[in-house]
Design a binder for this molecule. Structure first.
Ligand SMILES: NC(=O)c1ccc[n+]([C@@H]2O[C@H](COP(=O)([O-])OP(=O)(O)OC[C@H]3O[C@@H](n4cnc5c(N)ncnc54)[C@H](O)[C@@H]3O)[C@@H](O)[C@H]2O)c1
Length: 249
């Protein structure tokens, strides 16, 4: 399947987990890739795998929460490849904390990467996507769709991503841009190392969301992102697709 032949796709958070799996999936489907992440080593590893699969790849270390860095990443992409067809916002951070222990710094850091980072990337990429008739896929979370304890900053950030996605879908849909999101449940990636519950927390409240039969790998989210980003989803706009095995059904 070569759904992305001739398409330029920019993926944030590409050094690890869902971002890496998405890069590999789209490389296998013929995409030209612009990959970015704060983690240089992992980023280079993803770039190498994708090049080995036959993709042309630009890999740039960048911070999605930094306005200047975002501008640089998008500008270099268009400079190198001449266009941008798809933006996939995957970069994100997670923290489990009781509300009372959540500092303003924790809140600002998580909102800054997950929500502000998505906003900055969308804003910077918009004109290029309008020019190509492209689309955006953002990464929300089931944490935004139902009560998810001890993640006040994270859940709020992902609720923001969910709302931002619907807003852009309506604001720019008539101009030919689609904007959708995925809401993974619990997926086996390094972000789960943050899964350390605060003292006294009832794990049952978290596990009711966590496991249906067994946890799956990031390729399950990557294949959903690939569908939403492809022309197969040409009539799908403003949707959030849960990838959680039906846990919250
Ligand atoms: N794994 C899950 O269970 C799960 C569930 C729901 C949602 N998600 C979301 O999926 C996305 C990917 O998570 P993952 O599970 O692959 O985790 P991960 O930790 O493997 O990957 C996240 C990537 O984002 C990068 N990143 C962090 N801050 C950044 C910044 N400021 N700028 C650029 N890159 C940055 C990290 O370096 C890392 O490579 C996140 O948005 C996460 O919230 C994950």
């Amino acid at each position: 399947m070569e759904r992305f032949a001739g398409k330029v796709v920019l993926i944030t958070g590409a050094a690890s987990g869902i971002g890496r799996a998405t890069a590999e999936r789209l490389a296998a489907e013929g995409a030209t890739l612009s990959l970015t992440d704060v983690a240089a080593e992992g980023l280079e590893e993803t770039a190498r795998t994708c090049r080995d699969a036959g993709s042309e790849v630009l890999a740039q270390v960048g911070d999605v929460s930094d306005e200047a860095s975002v501008a640089e990443v998008v500008a270099s992409t268009v400079e190198q490849f001449g266009r941008l067809d798809v933006l996939v916002n995957v970069a994100g951070i997670l923290q489990f904390k009781d509300l009372r222990q959540t500092t303003l710094d924790d809140w600002n850091r998580i909102i800054g990467v997950n929500l502000t980072g998505t906003f900055l990337m969308c804003r910077e990429a918009l004109d290029h996507l309008l020019a190509s008739g492209g689309n955006i896929v953002n990464t929300a979370s089931t944490a935004a769709l139902a009560g998810h304890p001890w993640t006040v900053s994270y859940s709020a950030s992902k609720g923001g991503v969910f709302a931002l996605t619907q807003t852009l879908a309506v604001e720019f849909g008539k101009q030919g841009i689609r904007c959708n999101s995925v809401a993974p449940g619990s997926v086996l990636t390094p972000i789960q190392q943050a899964f350390e519950l605060p003292e006294g927390a009832d794990p049952k409240l978290v596990y009711r969301i966590m496991a249906l039969d067994k946890q799956r790998g990031p390729e399950t989210v990557a294949s959903t992102i690939a569908f939403l980003a492809s022309d197969d989803a040409s009539h799908v706009n403003g949707t959030c697709v849960k990838v959680d095995g039906g846990t919250l059904a």
